[in-house]
Design a protein around this ligand. Sequence first.
Ligand code: SF4
Length: 513
Amino acid sequence: MNKVWTTDYNELNDFEKLKLVNDGLDIVERLPKYQKSGFESIDLKERNLLKWAGVNVQKPRNAGYFLMRVKIPSGVMNSDQARVLATIAKDYGRGILDLTTRQAFQFHWLTIETIPMVMNILNKVDLQTIGSEGDCPRTIIGNPLAGIDPNETIDTRELVQEVSDYFQGNREFSNLPRKFKISISANVYNVGHAQINDLAFIPAIKKDGKTDRYGFHVYVGGGLSAQPYLAQKLNLFVHPGEVLKVSIAVTTLFRDYGYRKNRRHARLKFLLADWGKAKFETELLKLTGPLETAGIDLTRGWNAGYFYGVHPQKQSELNYVGLSVPLGRLSAEDLLEVAECADKYGDGSIRTCLSKNLVLANIPTENIAALLAEKIIRRFTPYPKPFVGYTVSCTGKEFCNLALVETKEFALRLAQTLDKKVKLDTPLRIHVNGCPNSCGHLQIADIGLRGTIEKLNGEAVEKFELSIGGSLGMSAGFATTLQGVIPSDRVHQVLEDFINFYKTQRHFQESFN
Ligand code: SF4
C-alpha cells in the first residue's frame, strides 16, 4: 500500500482510498486508452480523477461532455496562445470560452475523444491543463500586470513560472488532502487576493540598517467555499530567492498533516485553525531552515482585479489597457480579434484578471487612439458601465453539475437592468454563485447572491440569498448574509431599492462597503 500520510487508513474518506490506488496523474496517463474505449468505459469513480488532467464532467453527468481549464500563471500570456485557445474553442468547444476567477480559460463541450488532442495542441504553445483541478497545487495566480506595473515592488513573472513549473505534474505533490491555492504578487494593492488563498506572498520591505531589501510577507490558510476563512499572516520575511522553498515547505505540511477524513474539513485552513500560527511557523521553519522575521508591509489597499481604462506602464511611452469582458464569456471570434489587436497595436501581450477580464499590455502611446476605435475594443470597452463592468458569476447550471440555479444569463440581465435604472458614481461589485460553493467569490463581493431552490406547489423555484459588504481591503472581512431569500425575478427590484437606499443614506463619498 502507498503512504497514508498521518491519517490511519481506516479513517480515510472513500476518495482518499481511491487516490491511494490511482494517483490522479495515473489517470492522466490513461487518457489515450479512454480516448479509444470511450466515455462509457471510464469507471464512475475514476471520472472524478480526470480532474487532475484539468477536466471535469459537464452537466448533465452522463452526456459525455467535459469542461476543461487551461492554466495562465499570473494571467500572463501572448497572442499566439490566445489564437490557439480560440481555435480549440471553435473546433472542439462550440465556439465559446469562459475566463475564471483564477485567471484561467475554460472550454466546454469537449469529449474524451478530443481531450488528449486538445492537451497536445495546448502543450505546443506552453499551455497546461494538468493541475488546474484536482487535489494538487492549482494555477498560481498573481499580478496580471507583473513586469509592467508601476505599483509593483518586484517583477514576479519568473517567480510565478518557477513555482508553477516545480509543481506541474509533480508526483510528490499530486495527492494532497484537497486543492491547494497559491498566490504570488508584489503589487501594493493586493491584486492577488492574498487572504483567500492557501498560501500567498505579498510585497514587503526589510529596513534594518543594511540596504533596503524588497521581498514578501506570507499568508497561509485562506479559502472560501461554504466555510470561508481569511488567511493569517506569518511573522516571516521571504526573499524572492526563497519563495519556491517556502512554497514547497507549506505544501509539504499540508500534504503530510492535512486532514483526510472528511473532504469538507480537508483544506489547509482547518489545520491552521487547529495548530495556530506559532506551531505552524515552527513546523515550517523545520523544513525551510531559518528565515527572517517580518519586515514592513507594503500593501496599501485592495484592487479587486479591475484595471479598466488606459494607464501608463512603468516603461515610458508604453501603456496597458484594461478591457471589460461581460461575465468573462468570449466567443472564439472575440478572442481572435483581441489577439489581432494585441499584435497590431502592441507586442502581442495579453493578461487575464481575477475579475474575469482582460488587459492588453505594451501599447505605445501613439497607437492608443486607433486601438480604442477597433470594433472589439468598443465592445469589450475599457470604460464599462458600473454594473455590467463589475458583475461576476460562477459557471452555474448551464454546465456545472453542482449548480442549483442558472447564473450567467441571470447575472448579465441583472447588471444590464441595474445599469438602465440606477445611476451610480462608484462601481459596485455584484457576485453570483449557483450553489453553496464559492467559485464566484461571493463572500468578497459588495453584494453577493447565492442561488437556492425552494419548492412551491411541487415546482422548484429559483431564489437567491443576499449578502453584503465583503472586502479584501485593509480591514478585510467576508460579506454578511441577510435573512430571507428573493425569487429570481424579484432580485433586480430588491437591489434597485437597496442601492437607492445606500445612495440616499451614505455620507459624503462613503463607499458601499
Ligand atoms: Fe458550480 Fe457551485 Fe461552483 Fe457555481 S459555485 S460553479 S454552481 S460548484
